[in-house]
Design a protein around this ligand. Structure first.
Ligand SMILES: Cc1ncc(COP(=O)(O)O)c(C=O)c1O
Length: 481
């Protein structure tokens, strides 16, 4: 809950207390350079023991509540027909108002099932913006992606409260040009991940879904980042100021033909699910669950996680729970803006997004500005973020680079995990890095996987810039870590 201090400063006050903690390790800067080399200069490949603040993602690493841990002890272990499943199914029915639920082990598993079922070769999926695994599944099934996010969505600095909104005129044009029969489905992603955790308004979703439905096009909602998006609908969309989170969620559940989610994000557990009110769609997808995930009453999830998820989903309707990430993102964004560091505005959900395109404008885009910034930030402060730029794209069919529209370093803020002093530390080290940004050099691939290369590709610096950066750190900070 943001509260005002006497100075007038607004502070994101935590409405919870920590009763279980994990020790952290902050390596000296020279060892951070060594660890980044061993990790092929890819923050995904760092060992967590070498990381001080793990801001790679919120996925599966949000803090759980005591009620979630307690529920785990109540799990019913059974291959088929487990009581745990019915408890989770009931929670989902209650929260989304949907009749059918297919469990899956995580979000991309839902995407696999949805894309195998509904994407035919040559068809297009229209969406506000892609997520990496979503696009990979669509392409693997012979489909194409058409992104129609509002033009402000791709602008770094904007005052638009819902930058994840779809451009409605473009949606109409795309349907007319491509033709409904060639469109697999319309996909709307809550809390649009790759453009800075930016929300979509209810008004925009209603309008887009109506247009799609009138044209006979299936509508699918990626609700993985729903809790941040719920917060913004409530805070930024007048109509919902006095509506409960439950009412908003129920409306969303009913709006779309199908919704799916990564429960590593939504519900602060580990798993996933597909929900729908349409029995025909449920029946089309059902066969793939036992094939890829497991029996219909667990879908690859452990029963303990399912119990935690049932509680976590209900807790996602508690305003103090869902506000935690957005108010911390806002606090970090404010600190960085005060130091003139380029960041995505307005502050969104998920994490703070540093604009590497201009932070590292001295580097050619082909030397991976966001990837280089991610490694430089780890060297400067021991915190790891995630590259969300050209490394996260795949090459074009002819082997040329597909440069990302945005080069971002995402510093994810998993729910209820970090403290304000840790946030201030990150801002301090990033400010130092910004002042020394000319020391950041580029990267090049030494091993480049074809699919989702950002996960386990390895890179090397184009010069000895990491050592030079580390020497400057020593000079400026002396013995301090
Ligand atoms: C919007 C969105 N969709 C889908 C996924 C995939 O979910 P998972 O990581 O559980 O496979 C993610 C994960 O980050 C996501 O952010």
């Amino acid at each position: 809950m943001p509260v005002k201090f006497r100075s007038g400063e607004s502070i994101p006050l935590e409405m919870h207390k920590a009763r279980m903690v994990q020790s952290l390790n902050l390596l000296p800067v020279e060892e951070r350079v060594k660890a980044s080399q061993e990790a092929g200069n890819n923050t995904f490949l760092l060992k967590n023991r070498d990381v001080f603040l793990d801001m790679l993602t919120d996925s599966g690493v949000n803090a759980m509540s005591q009620a979630q841990y307690a529920a785990m002890m109540n799990a019913d272990d059974s291959y088929a027909g487990s009581e745990t499943f019915y408890r989770l199914e009931n929670a989902i029915k209650e929260i989304f108002g949907t009749a059918f639920f297919l469990p899956a082990h995580q979000g991309r598993a839902c995407e696999n099932i949805i894309c195998q079922t509904f994407v035919k070769p040559g068809q297009t999926v229209i969406m506000n913006y892609h997520f990496t695994t979503t696009k990979a599944h669509i392409i693997r099934n012979g489909g194409k992606v058409s992104e129609i996010v509002s033009k402000e969505g791709l602008e770094v600095i904007s005052g638009l409260p819902f930058k994840g909104n779809l451009d409605i005129e473009r949606l109409r044009r795309e349907i007319e040009t491509i033709g409904s029969a060639n469109i697999a489905f319309l996909r709307i992603e809550a809390g649009t991940n790759l453009i800075g955790g930016q929300p979509v308004s209810m008004a925009n979703m209603r309008e887009a879904v109506k247009i799609a439905k009138d044209a006979g096009i299936l509508t699918i909602f990626d609700a993985s980042l729903l809790s941040d998006n719920l917060y913004f609908i409530k805070m930024r969309e007048k109509e919902f100021l006095n509506k409960s989170l439950k009412e908003i969620t129920l409306e969303l559940g009913k709006l779309f033909d199908i919704s799916y989610f990564s429960a590593r994000k939504l519900g602060c557990a580990r798993g996933g699910g597909i929900i729908t009110n349409r029995e025909d769609l449920y029946n089309e997808m059902i066969g793939l669950v036992p094939l890829y995930e497991g029996f219909l009453t667990y879908g690859g999830m452990s029963v303990r996680e399912m119990e935690a998820l049932a509680v976590g989903l209900r807790e996602s309707l508690d305003f103090h729970v869902i506000e935690q990430t957005p108010i911390f993102v806002e606090a970090l964004t404010k600190e960085l803006l005060a130091a003139n560091i380029p960041v995505i505005t307005p502050a969104g959900g998920l994490g703070c997004h540093v604009n590497a395109m201009s932070f590292c404008e001295h580097l050619p885009q082909g030397q991976y500005r966001a990837g280089a910034l991610a490694i430089a930030a780890f060297i400067a402060g021991g915190f790891r973020g995630m590259e969300r730029g050209s490394i996260s794209e795949e090459r074009n069919a002819d082997g040329s680079e597909r440069f990302a529209e945005m080069e971002l370093l995402r510093l994810a803020l998993p729910k209820r995990v970090f403290t304000l002093s840790q946030i201030k530390y990150v801002a301090d080290r990033l400010t130092w890095l910004y002042e020394n940004r000319n020391l950041i050099g580029g990267l090049r691939f030494t091993f480049e996987p074809k699919i989702l290369r950002f996960f386990f590709g390895r890179l090397e610096p184009v010069s000895d810039w990491p050592q030079k950066l580390s020497e400057k750190f020593r000079k400026d900070f002396g013995d301090s870590l």
